[in-house]
Design a protein around this ligand. Structure first.
Ligand code: GDP
Ligand code: MG
Length: 767
């Protein structure tokens, strides 16, 4: 059932605010939201005064990252509220937050798909990307980190660094994204500021710069002492309805003595620490202040802290309680003070493209009315609607019809956008996540010339390596299952829905099984496929049936075989006769999909390029489906020994003959099933370790290492994927909910003969 449109209503509400600003509002996409969306009143949201911020040094493109449940979404909601972007506080527990706008996210209370939100804070423009925390969606996190300039890591102050924080932290380091730590949930009786700071030091191997100390603890957590500015900030109101918008600020010298002393010491420690990390500040201290740290001006300390953070020599640590509305405004101040503006991030591209456009597509969403919406991060130049842009990765030119600024699920149309900003474009139909967009082919070539003159690219003029923004690596899907529409009449709708979902999410692959004609979904994990299924139902109104979840095996061969095949067929008036001889042999490396080859015997190498292509097509199509179970083949090399074609035979018949010959050869060469082996990491307390180890032994797992992580153990193992179905539930039971795990495809390995025969019997339905 299509969701009802809210076009007129929202135009009315929004129109009131926007008439003056003379910008147009187009209510966007009703498809994505179910009815529950309306629990967020449209007039809750207030538009920005200026749509495009004129000063790039005041823009912050940041992300919030954390372990699930640390409070990312709650903190984001508070930021939107205090910035004036929303008029009402959203609450994850009530399911009415702005950023978790997919219905599944609201129902599950977790963030799945990162959404971009733009708001202003004290003359700064903040573009905030909310990132998901679940392991099946690390691609989403990686994708957003690629385009961020800075990040806020949110921690549960009673838990310190948790498993997923560690993973995301490493990703942020890889992309050299400076961070701030926010110790949230200071209101919990078990919250422990000191412990959380220690865990940042120990587990993240980071250098925490303590900028605040909490005032009160547990239920009595009232506020904080801001060491940089020497002041105490207290949120006095106690009623639950209090929104925390107002708080009391007192200069420290006027407040109680004991606090003053403690703060003085903490500030001195901070100043010394910063002096150790920043030479300019050390010099200033020596020449102007000597030992008199009290008189070091806040602005000098702040400048030095900013330099240290940008150089990633230290991470500012602040604290608060988002749920209780305390400490979020100082967090926003810290974001603007210490995280970098886009122009402070170094990029060769800016130099090579000069004033020309260069942007990275980092997300694609699908809108029923407008088609694909592409999120772009602009690195250099200016983006304008109604212009043609060149996509380097696809080598094509497309026309962009409109340009929007994204606000969670609302969007505002704008006439142009410059470097440093995040834009949403309409009209780019071919662009996929990870593509680099420039103004023209000529501009890409000019950038390539500049890069080459600096010795940063190969000498081949066709080489575009360095002038393409490195995109996001898409992992290979390891699970699949069939998906069926309720009736054949819905097949076309389903195909369309899947095409849209695939452009949004490159880790989802769809194919059609040649034998059964069934549509097959391939994904990263069980939750991933479940969410896709759910979205097809909600957003596209199609009730589909999923077959059982299966592991994506591969096939290879055991020995070299040479085979001849003749095809003799008369179609209409025409007789096609083709004879092919070829040999298949196993290659040394069987572990990846790229270990496939085709070569030609010398006399065959003389074939015309069309014929050669027809032969290659035949080989490639045989590689897609092995003879044993129909899984893709890898670790095989094919030598084409002879090809005889009687005149009048078509190219399609040549391909068909080669394919048949390949099938015969591969089946005679002895089939071997390859299974995906996963690299599994489990973090667990010592008391549950033995239960988990003995369970893994039964799952054909190999333990690679057991390391210490504070009081916990980190277990590294290699386990066949087939043995890991439903593992999250098993692990929860074994550890009473205290273990976390991450899973990644490691390699493909040959199955041993017993396991293989059990599998073959099972798949043939014999067991
Ligand atoms: P996310 O998974 O990181 O997005 O976390 P959420 O914002 O969805 O919050 C997870 C849970 O923690 C929810 O039940 C929140 O109400 C709760 N929560 C968030 N912030 C705080 C806080 O400051 N104090 C306490 N006690 N609970 C909080
Ligand atoms: Mg969330």
């Amino acid at each position: 059932m299509p969701p009802k449109s809210f076009g007129t209503y929202s135009k009315m509400i929004w129109g009131r605010h926007l008439l003056k600003a003379a910008i147009k509002i187009k209510p966007l996409r009703v498809s994505r939201h179910g009815k529950r969306h309306y629990s967020l009143p449209p007039d809750n949201v207030k538009p920005l005064r200026t749509v495009v911020h004129p000063d790039v040094s005041k823009i912050r493109n940041i992300g919030i990252m954390a372990h699930i449940d640390a409070g990312k979404t709650t903190t984001t909601e508070r930021m939107l509220y205090y910035s004036g972007y929303t008029r009402m506080l959203g609450d994850v527990d009530d399911g009415d937050t702005v950023t978790d706008f997919m219905v599944q996210e609201r129902e599950r209370g977790i963030t799945i798909q990162s959404a971009a939100v733009t708001f202003d804070w004290k003359k700064h423009r903040i573009n905030l990307i909310d990132t998901p925390g679940h392991v099946d969606f690390t691609l989403e996190v990686e994708r957003s980190l690629r385009v961020l300039d800075g990040a806020v890591a949110v921690f549960d102050a009673s838990a310190g660094v948790e498993a997923q924080t560690l993973t995301v932290w490493r990703q942020a380091e890889k992309h050299q994204v400076p961070c701030i730590c926010f110790l949230n949930k200071m209101d919990k009786p078990t919250a422990n500021f000191g412990f959380a700071v220690e865990s940042i030091k120990e587990k993240l191997k980071a250098t925490p710069l303590i900028l605040q100390i909490p005032v009160g603890s547990g239920k009595n957590f009232k506020g904080l002492i801001d060491l940089v500015n020497n002041q105490k900030m207290v949120w006095t109101a106690t009623s639950k309805e209090d929104d925390g918008r107002t708080y009391e600020t007192t200069a420290l010298s006027q407040s109680e003595c004991s606090e003053h002393l403690e703060a003085q010491e903490a500030r001195a420690a901070l100043i010394e620490q910063v002096a150790d990390l920043d030479d300019d500040f050390a010099e200033l201290l020596l020449t102007d202040f000597g030992d008199n740290f009290d008189s070091v001006p806040s602005s000098k300390l702040e400048d030095a802290l900013r330099r240290v953070t940008l150089a990633q020599k230290g991470v500012p640590v602040v604290c608060g309680s988002s749920l209780r509305n305390k400490g979020v405004q100082p967090l926003l101040d810290a974001i603007t003070a210490y995280l970098p503006a886009p122009n402070e991030r170094h990029s060769d591209l800016v130099r090579w493209y000069k004033e020309d456009l260069c942007a990275l597509a980092f997300k694609v969403l699908h809108d029923k009315q407008r088609g694909p919406l592409v999120f772009l991060r602009i690195y250099s130049g200016t983006l304008k609607p109604q212009t043609a842009v060149h996509n380097i990765n696809r080598n094509n030119t497309e026309r962009m019809s409109r340009l929007l600024v994204p606000f969670a699920d609302q969007h505002i149309e704008i006439p142009s956008l410059t470097a440093g900003n995040i834009a949403l474009t309409v009209g780019l139909k071919q662009t996929v996540t990870g593509d680099t967009i420039v103004s023209s082919k000529a501009s890409a070539a000019a950038a390539a010339r500049r890069a080459r003159s600096e010795g940063r690219m190969g000498t081949n003029p066709g080489d575009q390596g360095s002038v393409i923004l490195s995109g996001v690596e898409v992992p290979e899907p390891v699970f699949f299952c069939s998906i069926e529409p309720p009736t054949m009449a819905k097949q076309a709708d389903l195909e369309n829905a899947l095409a849209c979902l695939q452009r949004e999410d490159p880790s989802l692959k769809v194919r059609v099984d040649a034998d059964s004609g069934q549509t097959i979904l391939c994904g990263m994990g069980e939750l991933h496929i479940e969410i896709i299924h759910d979205r097809i139902r909600r957003e596209y109104g199609i009730e589909t049936h999923l077959g059982p979840l299966q592991v994506a095996y591969r096939e290879t061969i055991l020995q070299r075989v040479s085979v001849t095949e003749t095809l003799d067929r008369t179609l209409g008036e025409r007789r096609h006769v083709v004879t092919v001889t070829l040999a298949v042999s196993p290659t040394e490396d069987i572990s990846t999909g790229s270990s496939l080859g085709i070569s030609f015997e010398e006399e065959v190498a003389q074939l015309s390029s069309e014929l050669r292509e027809a032969v290659e097509n035949g080989v490639q199509s045989a590689y897609l489906q092995g003879p044993l179970l129909g899984y893709p083949v890898q670790g095989v090399c094919t030598l084409i020994q002879s090809v005889n074609i009687e005149s009048g035979s078509s190219l399609a018949m040549v391909s068909a003959c080669v394919s048949r010959c390949m099938l015969k050869a591969l089946s005679q060469a002895g089939g071997q099933v390859l299974e995906p082996m996963m690299s599994l990491e489990v973090t667990v307390g010592e008391e549950h370790l033995s239960a988990i180890l003995s369970d893994l032994a039964q799952r054909r797992g190999t333990i690679r290492d057991i390391q210490n992580r504070q009081s916990d153990k980190l277990l590294l193992a290699t386990v066949p994927l087939a043995e890991l179905m439903g593992y999250s539930t098993v692990l929860r039971t074994l550890s009473s909910g205290n273990a976390t795990f991450t899973l990644q495809l490691d390699t493909y390995e040959s199955m041993n003969p017993q396991d293989q025969s059990v599998l073959l019997k099972r798949l043939a339905g014999l067991v």
